[in-house]
Design a binder for this molecule. Structure first.
Ligand SMILES: [Ca+2]
Length: 188
């Protein structure tokens, strides 16, 4: 083997190690979040996709709704109503700046403890919807059939306590009606 070929092969090996190392770091480190994390993503260039970390409300949450450490969640944190909390009420407020006009669908990545802890309300203006389903003890995305129209500009909404024993990791607002999120939605 010639000396030049050896140097070339060594160079390729070092480059591959650096690339693989960077990919592994990205995979394990996950997206870096600081403050209210609102990111853009999605396959449809004409649609809006906004992701909010549930543990990043625009003001401190109230009542029994509080930020908790959570395995397998984005940022390792979630907004929760801890099981058997003795606190009353519970609300967390969120805001998205400059949301594009359109018809939107709201998704949440939730973890329900059981059939007595499997719902959370979401209020925007004078409207309220309820997220609930029968998938327990695992993170999953869920939505509601109803979409809403936004005329453009800032959009604010709240998660509202209904039951205890629930956690919400991420919230997704999208004007892509057919988009179905899976797993942790990446930031950038
Ligand atoms: Ca989170």
């Amino acid at each position: 083997m010639s000396r030049n070929l050896l140097i070339l092969l060594l160079g390729l090996a070092v480059t591959a190690a650096i690339v693989l190392g960077a990919l592994a770091w990205r995979h394990f480190a996950g997206p870096a979040y600081s403050g209210p994390a609102i990111v853009e993503l999605g396959p449809d260039p004409d649609a809006a996709y906004r992701v909010i970390e549930a543990e990043s409300p625009i003001r401190p949450s109230s009542g029994a709704m509080s930020i908790v450490a959570a395995n397998d969640s984005s940022g390792n944190q979630a907004m929760a109503v801890p099981a058997e909390t003795e606190k009353d009420g519970g609300k967390a407020d969120y805001g998205v700046e400059g949301l594009e006009p359109g018809r939107y669908r709201l998704w949440i990545r939730a973890f329900w403890q059981d059939g007595c802890g499997n719902s959370v309300g979401c209020a925007a203006g004078n409207k309220q919807i309820v997220f609930t389903d029968g998938i327990f003890d695992k993170w999953h995305w869920l939505t509601v059939p109803k979409q809403f129209d936004h005329t453009g500009g800032d959009f604010t909404f709240s998660l509202v306590r209904r039951e205890d024993g629930i956690m919400v990791d991420q919230i997704l607002l999208t004007s892509d009606a057919g988009f179905i999120p899976h797993g942790i939605v990446p930031g950038k």
